[in-house]
Ligand binder design. Structure first.
Ligand SMILES: N[C@@H](CCC(=O)N[C@@H](CS)C(=O)NCC(=O)O)C(=O)O
Length: 266
């Protein structure tokens, strides 16, 4: 599902940043969860192009998204200029225009939509949920482990969440296949090229790299598993080399507030 609407951006998230922080073209605010595969997907695109954006980490109750008129309570969501854009596929499409300065081709759009947003992304989440160790790591990114509350929740939440998230994913994606199916389709699209849609990194490469990022970074049990089986490890090494020296231009809402001596809800 995707939506794009014009709405009044939440003022506390639109605070002017420190002088050094220069927007390129339109301001971009990304509402996200650390660890969420679709959020990593959008971040990968922005980081690869070193495109400035502001990140607002949303709490588990989605408090930061409860502004007047917003009826969508999933992450990622973005404010791009004055447009409110929901769903990682639509955000990727909009941002490609801005950061690659070209539209996504119909082939890229279809591949990203069917193989990643509505394929690998939920299938990979199910794979993570099939391991208690991986689920605990997944939640550790989202919870504040520095607090006692975080430790308690970190121990209990994974067990409680596995069943409910699996139920939710089964209902939302009744015909979901195993990750290897989508990864093999992506590998086939790459053929003998270095990247998925050609010889240069494109938005589909960044989407795939982003979805896999938390499993790779946290060395989850599910890594490299199906990625290796689909013969995508060389591709992953090429992508890691491409991303290595990138300097993300990201500012959190808390940093903005600190620079102005103000407090935010993040
Ligand atoms: N198709 C959406 C899926 C977004 C999604 O399911 N996000 C999860 C986090 S990984 C979420 O917000 N879950 C909260 C909920 O469903 O209530 C996208 O690609 O943006």
């Amino acid at each position: 599902m995707g939506a794009q609407q014009s709405l009044q951006p939440p003022v506390e998230h639109m605070l002017e940043g420190p002088r050094a922080f220069q927007w390129k073209k339109e301001p971009i605010i990304l509402y996200e969860w650390n660890g969420s595969p679709p959020c990593h997907k959008v971040r990968a695109l922005l980081h690869y192009k070193e495109h400035p954006y502001r990140a607002v980490e949303v709490d588990l109750n989605m408090t930061e998204l409860k502004w007047q008129g917003n009826q969508y309570f999933k992450v990622p969501q973005a404010i791009i200029g004055r447009n409110h854009v929901c769903d990682s596929h639509i955000i990727l499409k909009e941002l490609t225009h801005m950061v690659f300065e070209r539209p996504m081709t119909n082939f890229e759009l279809d591949l990203e939509n069917t193989c990643i947003t509505n394929g690998l992304q939920p299938a990979w989440e199910k794979l993570i949920l099939s391991s208690l160790a991986d689920t605990t790591l997944f939640f550790s990114l989202m919870l504040d482990y520095s607090s006692t509350f975080g430790w308690i929740l970190g121990g209990v939440a994974p067990r409680m969440m596995i069943a409910s998230m699996n139920k939710h994913l089964d209902k939302a994606y009744p015909a979901l296949e195993a990750p290897i199916v989508y990864l093999q389709r992506l590998r086939t699209s790459m053929g003998s090229k270095n990247f998925i849609c050609g010889d240069a990194v494109g938005p589909v490469d960044l989407a795939l790299y982003g979805v896999l990022e938390s499993a790779h970074y946290l060395k989850m049990e599910c890594w490299p598993g199906p990625v290796k089986e689909a013969d995508l490890l060389d591709w992953h090494d090429r992508m890691a080399a491409e991303m290595k020296d990138k300097q993300p231009v990201c500012q959190t809402a808390a940093e903005v507030a600190a620079s102005k001596g103000e407090k935010t809800c993040t």
